[in-house]
Write a protein of this length. Structure first.
Length: 258
């Protein structure tokens, strides 16, 4: 039954994609309710967060249209507690286009990248920002649109501005909570503390070495000679693989277009 439901959902997504004329390059489903980081993350206690879900990815897809690569996040819940649009959710994609790159996911994500990035794209509300491999803010024409009713965030970036063929790139999408520090800008990923506070999530540790990421897309186990070579690590294992004693941060795996 679960397999049938996944197939139906993917079919609906593909139909929706065809409806607006974009070419669907790949789509990944993600379980609802796994917005718990390493397994025990909870949302801040302020009523603005309601029952949570603002950092819960249901699906992530990559599309191509009119020379743009489009990253589509479908979230379980987008809310507008202050009447200014979605200001609680932050999503981001690290894009690896060539050798080298930035090994750290920026803006207080507190994670490293298995596929170091040449570009990192962050979006919250109607604000989007792109940084390069030197962590410098760059303007390459990225735009974001958010549909509060459907929970869909679409980030469009001109492929020509990113030096290469999108089908050969690797992608690391994440979701967390946004903290604009009251300034109304893009801000950073909101910190996760040991115990939840009014504006801070809980389930982390005293030392700032644990991720401030609530949800990721876990790649399937890779095939060797057409056979899966072991099970894939779970999200909890990936986001919990930091070491306070050794000072080791979590390393996020990347997705590849099939």
């Amino acid at each position: 039954m679960k397999t049938i439901m996944v197939v139906l959902i993917m079919s609906v997504l593909m139909l929706c994609t065809a409806a607006h004329g974009a070419e669907l390059l790949s789509v990944w489903q993600d379980p609802a309710g796994d917005d718990t980081g390493d397994g025990d993350y909870v949302y801040p206690t302020n009523a603005a967060f309601g029952e949570g879900g603002e950092a819960d990815i249901l699906s992530f897809s990559i599309e191509k249209e009119n020379g743009n690569i489009i990253f589509v996040f479908r979230m379980r819940s987008l809310v507008d507690p202050w009447g200014v649009g979605n200001r609680l959710t932050m999503v981001a994609v690290a894009v690896d286009t060539e050798e080298g790159g930035d090994k750290e996911f920026r803006r207080n994500a507190n994670v490293l990248l298995a596929a170091p990035s040449e570009y990192q794209i962050f979006a919250a509300g109607e604000t989007v920002a792109v940084i390069d491999a030197e962590s410098e803010l760059i303007d390459i024409g990225a735009v974001v649109t958010t549909d509060m009713k459907t929970g869909i965030i679409r980030i469009s970036v001109p492929i020509a501005q990113m030096d290469g063929a999108a089908s050969a790139w690797r992608f690391t999408p994440v979701a967390g909570l946004q903290d604009d520090y009251g300034a109304g800008g893009l801000g950073d990923f909101r910190e996760v503390k040991v115990e939840p506070e009014e504006w801070r999530g809980g389930g982390g540790h005293d030392l700032a070495i644990d991720p401030n990421i609530y949800d990721i897309i876990v790649p399937e186990a890779k095939k060797v000679l057409g056979i899966f070579g072991g099970r894939a690590r779970s999200q909890e294992e990936i986001l919990g693989a930091y070491s306070l004693e050794r000072g080791e941060y979590v390393v996020l795996p990347a997705l590849e277009i099939n």
